[in-house]
Design a protein around this ligand. Sequence first.
Ligand SMILES: Nc1ncnc2c1ncn2[C@@H]1O[C@H](COP(=O)(O)OP(=O)(O)OP(=O)(O)O)[C@@H](O)[C@H]1O
Ligand SMILES: O=P(O)(O)OC[C@H]1O[C@](O)(CO)[C@@H](O)[C@@H]1O
Ligand SMILES: [Mg+2]
Length: 342
Amino acid sequence: MARIGILTSGGDCPGLNTVIRSCVLRGIRVHGDEFVGFTDGWRGLVEGSTINLDWMSVRGIANLGGTILGTSRFSPLGEGGGVERIQANLRSVGVDALIVIGGEGTMAAAKILSDAGIPIVGVPKTVDNDLSATDFSFGFHTAVEIATEAIDRLKTTGQSHHRCMIAEVMGRHAGWIALYAGMATSAHAILIPEQTATLNEICDWVEGPFRRGRTPLVVVAEGFVSADMMEPHADRGLDGFNRPRLGGIGERLAPVIEDRTGIETRSTTLGHIQRGGAPSATDRVLATRLGLAAVDAIHERAWGKMVATRADKIVRVSLAEAIGKLKTVPQDRYDEATYLFG
Ligand SMILES: Nc1ncnc2c1ncn2[C@@H]1O[C@H](COP(=O)(O)OP(=O)(O)OP(=O)(O)O)[C@@H](O)[C@H]1O
Ligand SMILES: O=P(O)(O)OC[C@H]1O[C@](O)(CO)[C@@H](O)[C@@H]1O
Ligand SMILES: [Mg+2]
């Protein structure tokens, strides 16, 4: 029996509640554990803000979007935080070990705390799917489904008005959502952070289908940098960790495409719609499996590990491996998509 703390950190995504529910059920039923939730990511751990996570409190949440614990981009090591403070808080609420659900930034912080002796097991989440130690992170599949449905809708209105349509999707460093949703909707251009393109190339990809009587469709990831730009488009201030908030590249490209090609162009930014709402069935299954595995990892004292999926199996990797390298779209996957371009 253990008393286990859980927190969710970084951007939310569908499936976080599914993991929480799965951990609590596994822990209570198999190991006789007790659970405590730390609220709003690392902030709850540093400020000692907790909620009780018993069986009743996780009932019916497996298909609920967001996170019942709340999340933030708060640093556990910043002012007011630090290892000693966290250890004191863990002692005062009687928590033996932590399950930390987050993306690469959260896992980087988890590694520092784990190296300092705090017993932690990580669970990967992110709609961006950019953690290389896991084949997929939950949230990604749901985001792709949402983006695909939205882009299908953009195509029909674009077709009616003989317009070029731009769909901007999430993807700060990796263009996985753009690649998947773009391929699924037969986009005439998929613009991702890993690949640059000139404005001439983009306009050629737009003009070709227009000449054939088609609605040109451009799917662009927020982190895309065209050949005439120095860095991703960001004019929305900074996030909680002082990084530029991305978004708006679609709106920036639309007038340029319209001017150069003479084709009326509209842009839609899907934004946080991709992160909200119920997880897909695939993400529910993945999140459930990861939650079960995280609790078992705690009982095997697999400190400093992150549970992950590889070739459909659930495995454990070190936090060092988890944060080693971002999983970006490789050249061959992009090349496959380019056969649909223009
Ligand atoms: N390299 C790092 N070292 C220590 N702490 C970090 C590091 N990167 C991020 N963090 C902390 O972890 C928090 C969560 O990281 P971040 O905001 O990048 O979200 P994430 O877990 O990567 O999820 P996502 O980016 O997918 O939304 C940050 O707000 C910051 O406090
Ligand atoms: O608006 P927020 O919550 O800071 O998050 C936006 C970022 O989070 C992500 O969804 C996931 O990292 C990115 O694609 C995006 O840049
Ligand atoms: Mg991150």
